[in-house]
Design a protein. Structure first.
Length: 133
């Protein structure tokens, strides 16, 4: 099948499919006309990639994990190297969540303090423009 059909069957845009190919996540043969030709297995592969991306994995992580992927969901076969890579990624996510929680807490404290003063003392700085969202 050509890239347009693969795109229709998976709901993934053609430029994303080309990106997956460039990252070594997806393989295509070339027809005599130079067009990409995908086999039926590409549909499952693209769905695996999408699920793994939705889990927050990078394309580099996914390239490492795909040989252990079975089915669309996908189910990952638990070899020691794979488990170590996924645990490392999970730790990174946990660290990011902890940093975000600290940032959120600090920001909430600043908001609370600002609301309590409610103009009782002169501002330390004047906002000319609102802060970006």
């Amino acid at each position: 099948m050509r890239i347009g059909e693969l795109s229709r069957r998976t709901g993934v845009k053609a430029h994303q499919l080309r990106y997956y190919e460039a990252q070594g996540l997806l393989e295509a043969d070339r027809g005599a006309n130079g067009y990409r030709e995908y086999d039926e297995g590409a549909v499952v592969r693209v769905k695996q990639i999408r699920h793994l991306l939705d889990a927050g994995l990078s394309s580099e992580d996914i390239a490492y994990l795909l040989p252990c992927a079975v089915g669309e969901a996908p189910e990952l076969l638990g070899c020691p190297e794979l488990l170590a890579a996924m645990r490392t990624r999970l730790r990174r996510i946990d660290d990011q969540m902890e940093r975000l929680a600290r940032s959120r807490g600090a920001l909430a404290d600043y908001i609370d303090a600002a609301e309590r003063t409610d103009g009782e003392s002169p501002p330390l700085f004047a906002c000319v423009e609102p802060l970006p969202a």
